[in-house]
Design a protein around this ligand. Structure first.
Ligand code: DGT
Ligand code: CA
Ligand code: CA
Ligand code: ZN
Length: 600
């Protein structure tokens, strides 16, 4: 077991102990131990092998024994027993925003609440507000948190859905009966959350395909099974539909099941206005009323629109007098009107990216070292890589003060000069926007950096007016290069803080500050719905993975999705531009930008 997994378990132990009402010193010792492991710069296996674990600050004898056991066996008896002794309902309550171990303990002791359902009832009956340290406002927030959890519980992050879908799609394509297979639905449209997966297959023989699909090892339940379709629920809770069609219907079915519903309704109306009828089976002349007839017509290749003439979605759109519409734009938000007037520009693609800016290392709360992150970025074929660790106010993320930041700048300079990597490393920071809108670091150190990402990480409950003024003040700082995760939302978990997005966009435009499209699958912030109009006015987007480890660099794929949904072209995204173009942009904020470690 690696140190991050072990740290995770130590934190869990801390929480479980607190729920059990253990002495707070003991509780804190586990959290401190977890932090010590997370920030350990050396290799844990080496430290243990050399018997030096106990000497590390924050790790005493008892903790060292437990860490060693976890590292060697991946299990810890003490933890297993502790988990078994804690009511699962109490642990689940930790998922409600605003509920920590302390409050859960109070609810349990004073009202006998031991599950989320108990809590919902107690809130509805007003019993929680009456408790010491709770009050009316807390009770309302808890109830809202429970409702959110119910509403969100049924959807999944695009990234999770994508990762679950990929191997199934590959498996389907490898079956001898399968001619074509695609995923459809919200996953293909690149929506930030996905209700269920939709697979579409063209095959002449159906039974073996259905059988293969329902017998995947990750299937927990087969909820429907027919001749040409099946629905399953995976152990992860994600559900998936499979539909099989004859090859000549594939393109119509693909378009239909890609949706969205709103897009489909508008497409059908458009077909009707032209005397045609569009369905999942085909595009036929509307004269033959009735589905069965349509279906038969479509099976012969589509009456009236040229037998077999429609083999691609592009041809399908063309048959209705439309330019091609990329799946990401099919939300019924005016894309059909736009496709009538002209073609869409080529949208940004993953291969367009030449680098990324907002990334963390072990210097703050990242899990890979500077060198590991740089090597990872280089392996992805990028030209440049920006390091933006947290600043001092984010103490929970081990943020850097001026002295530590200067040390990192020197490390980056040395790395650039060493010639060890072809990729250029930019020195930046993710600087906290303090509650009053000032930046967390002084000008004297800010001007030594190539760029500055400014982000809100505290005082989330400010009013919309305060928060908007706060962010705008940070944007107006002469050294600010880009704004990080504009609303702070965590999809399916936490709403963003209240902020007037339109005013922030105006300020970013006025100050020529880029806004980040944070590509972390939980964030995708600023939301795609704002991008088209803003970029049309000249707002520069930067797609950042906010990576905390090397694997996190791949999140850019989720960001590209969101950017495409926002209609962005490569030119509108800063980090599709080459190194010299990017430098030109960065020096508008700091004449010394791009100079760290560059020989002059
Ligand atoms: P989701 O799964 O909630 O994230 O969203 P979708 O868009 O994947 O929806 P889903 O799985 O219910 O259906 C897949 C597609 O099938 C949907 O995008 C459009 C099409 N579709 C399903 N039901 C209807 C319907 O009642 N009318 C129309 N026009 N299209 C439908
Ligand atoms: Ca779906
Ligand atoms: Ca579905
Ligand atoms: Zn951040």
């Amino acid at each position: 077991m690696n140190k991050h997994a072990i740290a995770g378990i130590l934190n869990e132990i801390g929480v479980l102990l607190e729920l059990k009402d253990e002495n707070l010193f003991k509780v804190r010792a586990y959290h401190a131990g977890a932090r010590a492991l997370e920030t350990l710069e050396e290799d844990l296996d080496t430290v243990i092998a050399e018997g030096r674990l106990q000497g590390i600050k924050g790790i005493g004898e008892a903790l060292a024994k437990k860490i060693t056991e976890l590292q060697a066996t991946g299990r810890l008896e003490f933890f297993e027993n502790l988990k078994a002794a804690t009511p699962p309902g109490l642990v689940e309550m930790l998922e409600i925003p605003g509920l920590g171990a302390k409050k859960i303990k109070a609810l349990h002791a004073q009202l006998g609440i031991s599950s989320i359902e108990d809590l919902a009832r107690a809130c509805a009956e007003g019993r929680v507000a009456a408790l010491d340290g709770f009050g009316q406002k807390t009770q309302e927030n808890l109830l809202a948190g429970i409702r959110n959890r119910e509403a969100y519980g049924r959807r999944h992050l695009w990234w999770e859905a994508f990762r679950a879908a990929e191997p199934i799609l590959r498996g389907l394509r490898a079956l001898p009966q399968v001619r074509r297979a695609e995923h459809a639905g919200s996953l293909r449209r690149g929506l930030e959350t996905v209700g269920d997966l939709d697979f579409l297959v063209a095959a002449e023989e159906w039974a073996p395909v259905v059988q293969w699909f329902v017998s995947r090892p990750e299937v927990a339940e087969v909820t429907a099974k027919g001749e040409t379709k099946a629905s399953v629920r995976f152990t992860s809770g994600l559900q998936a539909d499979l539909r099989i069609v004859p090859p000549d219907q594939f393109v119509f079915a693909l378009h239909h099941f890609t949706g969205s519903k709103e897009h489909n309704v508008q497409m059908r109306q458009r077909a009707q206005a032209r005397g045609l009828s569009l369905s999942e089976w085909g595009l036929v002349r509307a004269e033959g009323e009735g589905t069965a007839k349509e279906k038969a017509g479509a099976k012969r290749g589509g009456v009236g629109v040229g037998p077999g003439s429609i083999q691609t979605e592009t041809a399908l759109f063309a048959a209705l007098g439309l330019h091609d519409i990329p799946p990401e734009l099919r939300e019924g938000l005016g894309e059909i009107e736009a496709a009538e007037l002209g073609g869409f520009p080529r949208l940004v693609e993953a291969g367009d990216l030449r680098g990324v800016f907002h990334n963390h290392t072990t210097a703050s709360d990242g899990r890979n070292s500077l060198a590991e992150m740089v090597a990872g970025a280089q392996a992805r074929g990028w030209e440049y890589f920006g390091v933006a660790d947290h600043s001092q106010a984010s103490f929970q993320a081990n943020g850097l003060d001026a002295a530590r930041l200067r040390k990192q700048i020197a490390d980056i300079a040395a790395l650039n000069r060493s010639g060890r990597y072809q990729i250029h490393v930019f020195a930046g920071v993710e600087c906290d926007i303090l509650p009053d809108g000032r930046l967390d670091l002084d000008e004297s150190v800010l001007r030594e950096l190539d760029y500055i990402v400014v982000s809100v990480h505290s005082a989330f409950s400010q009013s919309e007016t305060e928060m908007t003024a706060r962010i705008i003040r940070a944007i107006e700082h002469p050294r600010t290069t880009m704004l990080g995760h504009l609303t702070g939302r965590l999809l399916l978990k936490r709403e963003g803080y209240a902020v007037d997005v339109a005013k922030v966009i105006d300020a970013a435009l006025a100050n020529r500050v880029a806004i980040e499209l944070n590509a972390n699958p939980q964030r995708l912030d600023m939301d795609w719905r704002h991008w088209r109009a803003a970029a049309g006015r000249g707002l520069l987007c930067v797609i950042n993975p906010d990576a905390h480890d090397v694997a996190g660099l791949d999140y850019v794929r989720a960001g590209i999705n969101a950017a495409r949904k926002g209609g962005l072209t490569a030119a509108q995204v800063l980090n599709t531009h080459g190194l010299s173009e990017v430098r030109k942009y960065l020096i508008t904020k700091n004449p010394m930008a791009g100079a760290v470690g560059v020989k002059t």
